[in-house]
Design a protein around this ligand. Structure first.
Ligand SMILES: *[C@@H]1O[C@H](CO)[C@@H](O)[C@H](O)[C@H]1NC(C)=O
Ligand SMILES: *[C@@H]1O[C@H](CO)[C@@H](O)[C@H](O)[C@H]1NC(C)=O
Length: 369
């Protein structure tokens, strides 16, 4: 099956025979090596010429020998008897013939959404009995540079040595790196030089080296870049700036804390005032607390009453209470608001034969004593 495996003299002999009989021939340009970036698509060319002697049915077969594999050819796609067979599971939905009708002489293969694993040696084999020919194409799928990182290694002080570093976390080697300055004189520091790929070493840094730098990384299939801002300052200035920043931040925090504290206090005071007012209002008629419970109860059963403000409740409540056979309400209405157990004096109770017992009584402010 694999013509490539046939020793050279035999191939030459075969070619001689084929040449003599004039038969099917793949005529695509000499180029047989392709490199593409991951995710891209490619057309692997395989155009052929037929001769009238070739009378058998046309068969086109594409197969792959993966780069990092010792496996034999893996069929990818087959055209036979007018039908297309897509056999290779990993690629079945990403490969198709470029031509709608390969019979016209174009057996080229299109691959979309290239993956790194698609790298390898592709063979196009065209057969139309007695004619047959094949061609091998090498495809390399590479990763573009990506996930770039630019940073300064060293202190950014006048007179110190530092490194501008640049790194692409992604990308198929070899990766090239290039530093440039975007601001000021647009010239890289004179006392600097590239000491290894992506590393620009600067000796005796000076103030005018400050500015924005750009590092670009390339490989054969793509490019990416990152930026870096260098700020070379006097050591004291650096310390001063840091101290200033720290003190400034601290002051800011303290100020903020004070403001928050004051606000909280003000709100608390307001709340407290409200509470105090509320308590005072309750104090106005503390003995009514029990009756007001009764009122609420009645009120809830007579929703038509609307709001339960004491003014519109008083008359109604009194009218209702007069019918309730409770000793609490048997008292004259004038007494009702001032009702309390303390009204009946202890000596009177004793005279009535009652045993003196500590009875919880409501004090003026409504709490139990
Ligand atoms: C095949 O690939 C080539 C180049 O990548 C492209 O121009 C062409 O449109 C593709 N054809 C089909 C049918 O996808
Ligand atoms: C560093 O640079 C300054 C000027 O920026 C120069 O005066 C000084 O001599 C240099 N020091 C060294 C050690 O090269």
């Amino acid at each position: 099956m694999r013509i490539g495996a046939v020793p050279l003299p035999c191939t030459a002999l075969l070619f001689l025979c084929v040449g003599l009989t004039r038969s099917l021939k793949i005529i695509t340009p000499e180029r047989d090596s392709f490199e593409k970036a991951q995710g891209e698509g490619i057309r692997l060319p395989c155009e052929f010429e037929l001769i009238s002697d070739d009378t058998g049915p046309l068969t086109i077969e594409w197969s792959l020998v993966p780069k990092d594999s010792l496996q034999s050819d893996q069929p990818i796609i087959l055209y036979s008897g007018g039908a297309i067979y897509n056999k290779y599971p990993e690629m079945s939905n990403r490969v198709h013939f470029t031509s709608d009708d390969p019979r016209r002489g174009d057996a080229s293969l299109n691959i979309t959404g290239l993956k790194l694993a698609d790298s390898g040696s592709y063979q196009c084999r065209v057969m139309k009995h007695p004619g047959t020919d094949n061609k091998k194409l090498l495809l390399t799928v590479s990763e573009r540079p990506g996930k770039m990182k630019c940073y300064v290694d060293g202190t950014q002080e006048i007179g110190s040595d530092l490194k501008l570093k640049c790194e692409a976390k992604e990308g198929t080697p070899p990766l090239q790196y290039r530093w440039e300055k975007l601001t000021g004189t647009k010239k890289l520091p004179l006392t600097g030089k590239v000491i290894e790929p992506g590393v620009f070493f600067v000796k005796n840094a000076s103030e005018e080296y400050s500015g924005t730098f750009k590092c670009t990384s390339d490989n054969r299939v793509g490019t990416d870049s990152c930026l870096l801002v260098l700020y070379v300052a006097h050591p004291t200035n650096v310390a001063g700036t840091i101290a200033g920043a720290v003190i400034g931040t601290l002051l800011g925090v303290v100020l903020l804390a004070v403001i928050v504290f004051c606000c909280c206090r003000k709100q608390k005071e307001k709340k407290y005032e409200k509470e105090v007012q509320h308590e005072i209002r309750e104090d106005v008629a503390p003995p009514k607390s029990r009756t007001s419970t009764a009122r609420s109860f009645i009120g809830s059963n007579h929703s038509s009453l609307g709001s339960l403000s004491p003014s519109n409740m008083d008359g109604y409540a009194k009218a209702q209470y007069s019918h309730i056979p409770s000793d609490e309400f048997e008292r004259p209405p004038s007494n009702a608001p001032n009702y309390s157990t303390a009204k009946v004096s202890a000596p009177t109770l004793s005279r009535m034969g009652a045993i003196p017992v500590m009875i919880p009584a409501q004090s003026k402010d409504g709490s139990i004593v």
